[in-house]
Design a protein around this ligand. Sequence first.
Ligand code: F3S
Length: 424
Amino acid sequence: MQLTDEERSILEGAKGPTLRKAMESVVLYGETFKAERLVPMEHAVHLVTSFGIPMLTPVFSIMDELIQGGIKPGKPFTVDPRPMDFKNVPCSLIERLVFKKIMYGKQEEYERQLLATGLAGEDAFTCTCYLKEVGNTPKRGDILAWAESSAVVYANSVLGARSNRNSGVIELLCGVVGKAPHFGLLTDEGRKASWVIDLRTSKLPEAQILGSAIGMKVIEDVPYIKGLSRFLGNDITDDVSDYLKDMGAASASNGAVGLFHVDGLTPEARDEGEKLILPQSQTYVIDDAEIERVKAGYPVMWKNPNAKPALAFIGCPHLSLHQLIAWVSRLESGLAASGRKSLAVSTVFTAAPQVVKAFKAQAELYERFVRTGARLSSICPLMYMNNPLASKKAVATNSNKLRTYTTARYYTDEEITAIVTGGK
Ligand code: F3S
């Protein structure tokens, strides 16, 4: 790899042993992917590792070393959601013990380490760091080294920033050296599409199913989606941003998509159009039947497929303020239709702490939300589900990411509304 004089001197230890090790890790990582150089990162880091699982001892010792060396990323950073919230998410006594003492026994200590290495604050825990309420919002062309897959795909595709899908901890080390290896989605060539998605559905598909279909087909390649702006238009409004957030997260988890282009809508597709499509690209046609086929293929992991859900999670990735507000009337209409006063299933809506605050500030809306019996948290539902006790529960979700990684069962927005409001 071609290094500048300054990078080489850091690698030789001119700025101390800790920064030397961090630089060495970043260089080795870049060389693994045949990067020819490092490029400066102006924008803040977002970390994926938000959980104090005791077996992550190398992470804790890296953090200790950074703290002792007085080394931090150049800008305050954000991190994925916390794994526990006993106040707002139903947990039995035994679950609390398992979470606190076993699964996430190092949580408090790890959070202290995060704050000491430059975490933006107690509220900096969310996967939707790019939302305006949170403020870790890259702009077009910004070089990033993020790892959270749902945030990477949103930043690349909707905001036009440039990040690879990095590994956890590498993002932190890139942050402390202030550089990222130049390869993959950081390059113009790496952002070209090798798949054309020809969307021919009769109506706008559920974002979470469309993303899932695309992810399972293209895996880690870049898709160029045609036919979606028929439904979404040509501007990234709040509705469109929410749709692309959820579609992207599903494509990133059901496959490994790090960037998509939507013809006539996303920033690079608006500027360059079909020049973004590689000559040898393949085509995947998605029509109504294909959407149905993909949805029907999801396995049901519940012990009893006919069980009544014990819990529902809505908000993986975390909901935007606009989505939370939309859910209030959706729940009220569902309850009016079922004739119930409050929800039939314990339902947790998840959003960034700053979005939760903004929602609570709209007192009348928040009051209506609370009246339905819904709960509001900033937890990561996957971290909650990721243990033998929770995974035995019949959990419903409208998140394809949560479905993919846990035993939660996927339902469309309409289906889950009917379930939690007692209409089905
Ligand atoms: Fe976010 Fe956790 Fe889902 S990090 S995308 S809420 S799995």
